[in-house]
Design a protein. Structure first.
Ligand SMILES: O=C(O)CCC(=O)C(=O)O
Length: 285
C-alpha cells in the first residue's frame, strides 16, 4: 500500500483495557474524505471518561513536578519557563517520565486512526507534547504547520492527534484549523511565543483564509495533516484546557539531518537512516 504523505503524494512505506472497545475506532469514509480534503478531521471519540481522568491526572502530576522532571523531558518551552503567566505551558517527552503517558502512545484507540489517515501499514511514534492553558490565561498557540519543526525527518509522512483532556470550546481556546492549508507548501517556522496571527504575512497570495474552530469534549480528539495550519486562542473560561498531542509517522520515515540527535536524549542517527530504535517505537499494528 502507498502512504498518503505531503500533498497526498504517494511514497513507498515498504509494504502495504478498561473501557477499550473490542476493535479500535476507524475513521468513516466521510471522515477520511474530510481529512484528505481539509487536512483535518474531528471530533473523534478516543477515550472514555475514566481513562481521560487517568491521563489528566498524569499530566497534572508532570506539570506539578516540572522543575524536577525538566531534564528528563525532551524539551520544556523556553518562553513558558521565562514567562509562565503569558505563554502556554508546552513540553515534549511526557512519555519519558510517566507510565500512563507512555502507555498512551501505544494505545490502539489513538494509533489506529492515525495509521488509517496516513494510509500506512506500519505506524511509528515520533514524539508527544502537552499544551496546557490554565483558566483565564492569555497564552495563545500561534498559527503554524507541524512539519515546519520536523524538517530533519523525511519524507513528510506525519500526522498529529490532539487529544483533549478537558472540554474545549471557542471560549477556552479550542484548536482551529485552516481548511486546505495542507496544500499550501511549507511555510516558515515561527517561535512558540509569536503573536497568534504572525503567519498571515507569509501566506501564498491566493490562500483562502477561513479558519474553523473545532470544539471537542474531554476524551475526543482532532487529527491533522503535518502541513495543516492550526493554532489556538487564549483561554477565556474558568476551567483548564489541556491537551496531550501524539505525533506519529510512517515507519519508512528517515533522518534528513543527522548532525545531532533528533531530540534531546535520543541516540544519534546518521542522515539517511530510518528514524527507529527505542525512542521511536513501532506502534501499529
Ligand atoms: O492545543 C493547542 O492549542 C495547539 C496544539 C497543536 O499545535 C497541535 O496539536 O499540533
Amino acid at each position: 500500500m502507498a502512504a498518503r504523505c505531503f500533498q497526498n503524494h504517494r511514497c513507498d512505506d515498504g509494504g502495504d483495557a478498561s473501557d477499550l472497545p473490542m476493535m479500535p475506532p476507524q475513521l468513516s469514509a466521510d471522515q477520511l474524505a474530510a481529512f484528505e480534503r481539509d487536512g483535518f478531521v474531528g471530533p473523534i471519540d478516543v477515550l472514555p471518561p475514566r481513562d481521560v481522568e487517568r491521563v489528566r491526572a498524569a499530566v497534572a502530576e508532570v506539570i506539578a513536578n516540572l522543575e524536577t522532571l525538566r531534564d528528563r523531558l525532551y524539551e520544556v518551552e523556553h518562553a513558558f519557563t521565562e514567562r509562565p503567566g503569558e505563554v502556554v505551558c508546552h513540553f515534549l517527552g511526557g512519555f519519558r517520565v510517566h507510565p500512563v503517558l507512555r502507555d498512551l502512545i501505544f494505545d490502539p484507540r489513538a494509533t489506529a486512526v492515525c495509521a488509517q489517515a496516513l494510509g500506512v501499514e506500519q505506524l511509528r511514534f515520533w514524539h508527544d507534547q502537552v499544551f496546557a492553558k490554565p483558566p483565564r490565561h492569555p497564552g495563545v498557540v500561534p498559527w503554524h504547520q507541524d512539519y515546519s519543526y520536523w524538517t530533519r525527518t523525511t519524507p513528510a509522512c506525519h500526522v498529529t492527534l490532539n487529544l483533549m483532556l478537558d472540554d474545549a470550546s471557542v471560549q477556552s481556546g479550542c484548536v482551529q484549523f485552516v481548511p486546505g492549508s495542507h496544500r499550501w507548501g511549507l511555510l516558515p517556522k515561527l517561535p512558540f511565543d509569536a503573536p497568534l496571527e504572525t503567519i498571515r504575512a507569509l501566506l501564498p497570495k491566493d490562500a483562502q483564509w477561513a479558519p474553523v474552530p473545532v470544539p471537542v469534549r474531554a476524551g475526543q480528539a482532532t487529527l491533522h495533516h503535518s502541513h495543516t495550519l492550526h493554532g489556538s486562542e487564549q483561554n477565556r473560561s474558568d476551567h483548564w484546557r489541556r491537551a496531550v498531542v501524539l505525533n506519529y509517522m510512517g515507519a519508512h520515515v528517515r533522518v534528513a539531518d543527522g548532525s545531532s540527535p533528533l531530540l534531546r536524549h535520543t541516540k544519534m542517527l546518521p542522515s539517511g537512516a530510518l528514524v527507529e530504535g527505542e525512542d521511536f517505537p513501532l506502534v501499529w499494528p
